[in-house]
Design a protein around this ligand. Structure first.
Ligand code: FES
Ligand code: FE2
Length: 459
């Protein structure tokens, strides 16, 4: 599908049509979701043989199952008989999955193993159960405990797909030797297009000081009060101070991945809320994390999106944003905590996410309010005519700025992440082969000047 009337990512203009059109949406399911690496499961959700969870790639439901030999398989959660959902439990442990419509039974590998009244109902010369297993997800990759799947055999390998985004991804999922574990899960529906929740963590720190002003004020007051009561100095830097400085960076990766972060002075705010046990524990393991990552990434935590729809925040929420038609998204969010942290820390992280970025979270509600209003407004005809402005810090990004891999804008206030995301989105939407897209992607990256070749940028 040619989307050039609506997306000019190079010059930073996008029209609202891409958030509302059913035609665009159907093309997205085919050209974006059926060709991209999507988060499916974490090792901690599939501890032993037979453990399974349901998830989605786009609108296609998949079952992810730990096999007897320790490997993992994922298959389309659709019975070949009449198309019913085979597995209706969110998660569990089983040897077999029985379709609840007519009783066909599949094993963990997704092979059809039993058909009621097979002998009487089907002619043996034309019916072989081996032909009727559900469609397998042909590409699975385990990256540091996180399983990703891709329907497209021609897509780049996962490590090539993430490219420079590895630097960002590791800062979220590889901080601690013992890895992560799930301590909470939430799901909710927002009547707005899925791309808002992909774009915002890729790109938009700019909204926080306005959209979240009330929530930040409340949290800062409670933090100050607590510090006063304990007689401790409040040495944290307020959101308003950081925002005024706009000091930070924005990352754009090759295949639509994006991230942004404020650069924190020593002792600055690490979480929006006060998390005393978590901060104390983090201080105790700081040397180890700095050695594992580096001091810069330990101090400066990003919001990030692995294209298309795997979002990560510094507080431990990670989520897939499932598309549900052009006008709706379904968020599946998990709260991750360091597996080696004390229980008190895990609980604090769980409750903090509940308070801030769950369905009822203070920040989440602010964000959803913006998105659903945008969605309503784009129903208008005139509202979809004028291009939206994605031109912040255009032309200012450099490769490797500040020693960070990728295309790096010199401020947290930039649109580099969104331009990169919509550029890749348009590339996929074209339906061109992955080989062509990967080649053009490499050419595009090579055109961005390296930071060393141009030192005029202020960091
Ligand atoms: S649809 Fe599954 S057994 Fe008939
Ligand atoms: Fe927000």
């Amino acid at each position: 599908m040619d989307v050039s009337d609506w997306v000019d990512a190079r010059n930073g203009f996008i029209r609202g049509e891409i958030f509302t059109s059913e035609e665009v949406y159907q093309a997205e399911l085919k050209n974006v979701f059926a060709r991209s690496w999507v988060f499916l499961a974490h090792d901690s959700m599939l501890k032993k043989a037979g453990d399974f969870i349901q998830n989605y790639i786009g609108e296609d439901p998949v079952v992810v199952v730990r096999q007897a030999d320790g490997s993992v398989k994922a298959w389309l959660n659709q019975c070949r008989h009449r198309g019913m959902r085979i597995c209706r439990a969110d998660r569990g442990n089983t040897r077999y999955f029985m379709c609840s419509f007519h009783g066909w039974v599949y094993d963990r590998e997704g092979s059809l193993v039993q058909v009621p009244h097979e002998e009487e109902a089907y002619a043996p010369e034309t019916f072989d159960k081996a032909d009727y297993g559900p469609r397998q997800v042909p590409r699975l990759h385990n990256y540091k405990g996180f399983w990703f799947g891709n329907w497209d055999e021609t897509a780049p390998d996962f490590e090539d797909y993430i490219g420079d985004f590895k630097y960002i991804l590791d800062s979220h999922i590889d901080r601690h030797e013992g890895g992560l574990e799930v301590v909470g899960q939430h799901r909710w529906i927002i009547p707005a297009n899925w791309k808002y929740n992909a774009e915002q963590p890729s790109n938009d720190s700019y909204h926080a000081e306005t959209s979240h002003a009330s929530a930040l004020t409340v949290l800062e007051r409670s933090r100050k009060k607590r510090r006063e009561e304990k007689g401790e100095p409040d040495n944290r830097v307020s959101m308003a101070t950081r925002a005024a400085a706009a000091r930070g960076k924005q990352f754009s990766g090759g295949f639509g991945h994006g991230a942004g972060w404020h650069e924190m002075p020593e002792g600055a705010m690490r979480y929006q809320a006060e998390l005393p046990a978590t901060m104390e524990w983090e201080d105790s393991v700081r040397d180890k994390v700095e050695e594992r990552l580096d001091p810069y990434r330990n101090a400066n935590r990003s919001h990030a999106n692995l294209f298309p729809n795997f979002m990560m925040l510094a507080n431990g929420t990670m989520r897939v944003t499932h598309p549900r038609g052009p006008n709706e998204m379904e968020i599946w969010a998990w709260t991750f905590a360091p597996a080696e942290a004390p229980d008190e820390v895990k609980e604090e992280i769980r409750v903090n996410v509940l308070r801030t970025f769950s369905a009822a979270g203070m920040f989440e509600q602010d964000d959803a309010e913006n998105w659903l209003e945008e969605q309503r407004i784009f129903r208008g005809y005139m509202a979809r005519q004028d291009p939206l402005v994605y031109t912040m810090r255009i032309g200012d990004a450099r490769r490797g700025l500040g020693g960070v891999p990728g295309i790096i804008a010199p401020s947290v206030y930039a649109d580099e992440g969104a331009r990169g995301m919509y550029h890749h989105w348009a590339e996929l939407m074209s339906g061109d082969s992955w080989d062509d897209i990967a080649r053009r992607n490499a050419e595009r990256l090579a055109q961005v000047p390296h930071a060393e070749a141009d030192n005029s940028q202020e960091i």
